[in-house]
Design a protein around this ligand. Structure first.
Ligand code: CMC
Length: 432
């Protein structure tokens, strides 16, 4: 709390409101007492300018394109760490030492299987079921299969193990759901493979076509998961915190986060980007048509993969993914016309006043789909990949929310009612 205050003048009265200062110097007006003192609430649809909690997990400066997890620059983490190290960092606040990392890796292997009864679930989804609905349903049901890990008495005591269990099992569920959707035999996790190699192997190994694990793919997957691991109070993370604030345990709270992520304006954007690039390609690369539609105020169409609620400059994650996309495609000699389309679109958009004046730059989803395609991951699994990456962030926020008395209060926004004030009741036969 800083010594400064803000004054609100209402109906001839002055209300002094405290200012809260972040460790990086940003200031927020603490309006919590305003309702009690003045009878006024505040209006902020879409939470454009409302801090819902204090958090020490991720720092994001959208004007300068800075993203840090627990104080470490995203660029350093993406370059030097494996995903599970970053997951450990997000949950525990510190990077693991050698021994802690080995134990965490061991837990990943130990908990990689899912209860065999859960495998029958896959058979009862319709053949075209979305992998996101499968993931969300099965994650919620982990609460029933592993209740001992989701106990009321132990909300955050054993979070490192809980994290390993959840990360490992959800990775298995994701790979199994892909195999089931293809009608292929399941490939079980192996004890000799690390987190990312194991995932790729479960996805692509077949009895008659053994999968060759390509280190470049493993490194790219690590990078992608790290870049998605947290992004402070975004839609799905706020959902996890809000659901958790009602006393809901971790697994169902994560399941709610998965559902929120599904939306095309959030994690589902990586699927929508590929669909958009395919459409432009099939439409004889008529860039002007799509850019024109996006700029037309009467057309709700938007160029997916551009713009961000918080970043008003190039998304630092997009920069890293763009470079990694080039590395993968050139080193593995893969050519993808969609990369050319993406580059040309970005080039045109960056010269266009509409996008310049609104600070619309490529976001994390713009290039990620092209790497996933190069890995052989089908488009309908892209948002599942985002969810795998975002898991440690969700868990860290759920844990932080429970540990902080103030932000663990049940979430309950106010509203400005704009409906009919009151009217007399009319029985059914007399309604005109
Ligand atoms: N294409 C065309 N115009 C856009 C776009 C876009 N992608 N994004 C924003 N605008 C315009 C918008 O129409 C508005 O114009 P005007 O001022 O004339 O009304 C202006 O830019 C400001 O937009 P906004 O709706 O206030 O921005 P927002 O902060 O509410 O929305 C967003 C952010 C990400 C939902 C939006 O930029 C968007 O829909 N982008 C496309 C979907 C997308 O790529 N989503 C992934 C986000 S990154 C992954 C994640 O973190 O979840």
């Amino acid at each position: 709390m800083s010594n400064q205050t803000a004054q609100v003048h209402l109906d001839g009265q002055i209300y002094e409101l405290p200012i809260v200062e972040s460790t990086t110097g940003e200031r927020a007006i603490d309006i919590r007492s305003l309702l009690r003192l003045s009878g006024h609430t505040t209006y902020d649809s879409g939470f454009m300018n409302t801090a819902s909690c204090e958090s020490g997990i991720t720092y994001l400066d959208g004007n300068n394109g800075i993203l840090r997890y627990r104080g470490y620059d995203i660029e350093d983490l993406a370059e030097n760490c494996v995903f599970i190290e970053v997951a450990y960092l997000l949950i525990n606040g510190e990077l693991p030492d050698h021994e802690e990392l080995e134990k965490f890796k061991y837990d990943m292997i130990r908990y990689a299987l899912i209860h065999e009864d859960m495998i029958h679930f896959f058979d009862h989804f319709p053949p075209n079921a979305s992998p996101m609905s499968i993931l969300s349903t099965m994650t919620g049901s982990l609460h029933d299969f592993y209740p001992e890990m989701d106990l009321e008495e132990d909300p955050y005591g054993g979070m490192t193990t809980t994290t390993a269990r959840l990360l490992s099992k959800i990775r298995t569920i994701a790979a199994f759901s892909y195999k089931k959707s293809m009608g292929l035999p399941l490939v079980y996790p192996r004890a000799d493979l690390n987190y990312c190699s194991n995932f790729l192997n479960m996805m692509f190994d077949r009895p008659n076509m053994p999968y060759k694990i390509e280190p470049l793919m493993v490194s790219a997957l690590n990078k992608l998961l790290i870049l998605h691991a947290d992004h402070e109070q975004n839609c799905s993370t706020s959902t996890v915190r809000l659901v958790g604030s009602a006393g809901v345990r971790l697994y169902p709270s994560i399941s709610a986060g998965i559902s929120a992520l599904w939306g095309p304006l959030h994690g589902g954007a990586n699927v929508a980007v590929i669909r958009m690039l395919e459409l432009i390609y099939a439409d004889d690369c008529d860039f002007d048509k799509y850019i024109g539609m996006a700029k037309d105020p009467d057309n709700p169409y938007r160029l997916t993969g551009f713009g961000h609620r918080v970043y008003k400059t190039y998304d630092p994650r997009a920069k890293i993914i763009k470079a990694a996309t080039h590395d993968i495609l050139s080193q593995l000699n893969i050519s993808d016309p969609l990369l050319d389309i993406a580059q040309e679109l970005e080039y045109r958009v960056q010269k266009d006043d509409y996008f310049i004046s609104r600070n619309l730059y490529p976001n994390v989803d713009f290039y990620s789909g092209i790497i996933y395609r190069a890995m052989g991951i089908p488009t309908n699994m892209f948002t599942v990949m985002f969810a795998l990456g975002r898991l440690p962030g969700w868990i860290a926020h759920w844990q932080e929310m429970h540990m902080d008395k103030e932000s663990s209060r049940i979430g309950r926004p106010r509203q400005v009612y704009n409906g009919i004030v009151k009217r007399p009741f009319v029985p059914v036969g007399q309604r005109g």
